[in-house]
Design a protein around this ligand. Structure first.
Ligand code: SF4
Ligand code: ZN
Ligand code: ZN
Length: 320
């Protein structure tokens, strides 16, 4: 909400933002500082990072991940901590190229090292190719993309030898995923998505979400006010996910019942941490990664797609 005629409650300058859930009006610089401070507090409250950590920051090139990179690079400057940016190129023609360009440009501006891994190199097929092969339409693009991207980030994190991976999930992302996992009827997923991921289960490298207490709209405003260039176009496969429906429902409810998102966050934190002890933790019999089933989701997806590819090749080989 813009309110340029009113004054910032912290310094008296013209305000640019009204934070309805705290009742504060903030100018540009106090708003930016408040987001950095909030991130710092979240990191400290959940002991996300330790002094001297080598931090892998998963960057897609969108507003959230570039905001996270800016904030972490500011928070850690002057500390012994080192940042390595982890970029995954899923291979989505006409979409991902621009995002990767923004990610690399920001790394160069901030003087941060980066590593890139493409789906093509990791799995011998791009996301576009995977979608073309898919005949089972119940296998959503985002399910394939999410599983393969998480594994690619793990691979990059191991190669870069980082202590912890920071991802840019904001408050809205966390709540949407929580509700989507409840809707899917798979309670293990709620445990698996818990805020502080420990090593070994379910990921080989600890994962943290420093923006988890910041609403998506405030992350977007931070990126805008800081003039961070980011990928604005939406992914062509987005419509396959129910995430946008869940986002609308949550936003409508927040409008009618301000503060409901933070209440839901508290519920999610309690439920996911209590489920932690009961979460199934196996090792995939194909690849040896931690898994909730005998065969992990990545191996299940790749096996399915390979058999689709073989079936697609068969007519040509029998005709010759
Ligand atoms: Fe991947 Fe889905 Fe996100 Fe597109 S919208 S990048 S397919 S997870
Ligand atoms: Zn101010
Ligand atoms: Zn596996």
């Amino acid at each position: 909400m813009m309110a340029t005629l009113l004054k910032c409650g912290r310094c008296g300058e013209a305000s640019v933002y009204y934070r309805y859930y705290s009742g504060e009006r903030l100018c540009r610089s106090c708003f930016i500082e408040s987001i950095i401070e909030k991130t710092r507090r979240t990191i400290s409250k959940y002991k996300m990072l330790s002094y001297g950590d080598k931090i892998g920051v998963a960057v897609s090139g969108g507003k959230d991940s570039l905001t996270l990179l800016h904030i972490l690079s500011k928070i850690t400057s002057g500390h012994a901590s080192e940042i390595v940016v982890l970029i995954v190129d899923e291979g989505i023609e006409g979409y991902r190229e621009e995002a990767v360009k923004h990610a690399i440009q920001t790394c160069n501006e901030l003087g941060v090292k980066y590593r890139i891994l493409s789906f093509k190199d990791a799995y011998s097929l791009t996301l576009d190719e995977a979608i073309k092969l898919r005949t089972d339409k119940s296998l959503a693009a985002c399910t394939i993309c999410g599983a393969l991207r998480r594994r690619a980030i793990d691979q990059l994190a191991k190669e870069a030898d980082v202590d912890v991976v920071a991802t840019a999930h904001n408050l809205d992302d966390i709540l949407q995923t929580f509700l989507m996992n409840l809707f899917s009827g798979d309670i293990w997923r709620v445990a698996r998505s818990r805020v502080l991921e420990e090593t070994s289960e379910p990921f080989p490298v600890k994962r943290v979400k420093p923006l988890m207490e910041i609403p998506e709209a405030e992350v977007a405003l931070f990126a805008y006010l800081k003039g961070i260039p980011f990928q604005r176009a939406s992914c062509p496969y987005m419509s396959e996910s129910i995430r946008s429906e869940v986002r609308s429902i949550l936003n409508e409810m927040e409008l009618r019942h301000p503060g409901i998102k933070f209440n839901l966050l508290r519920s999610y934190l309690k439920i996911s941490s209590n489920l932690k002890l009961e979460a199934k933790s196996l090792v995939c019999s194909h690849c040896g990664y931690p898994s909730s089933n005998q065969i992990c989701s990545v191996c299940t997806i790749l096996t399915k797609l390979k058999s689709e590819a073989n079936r697609a090749k068969r007519p040509n080989t029998t005709q010759t």
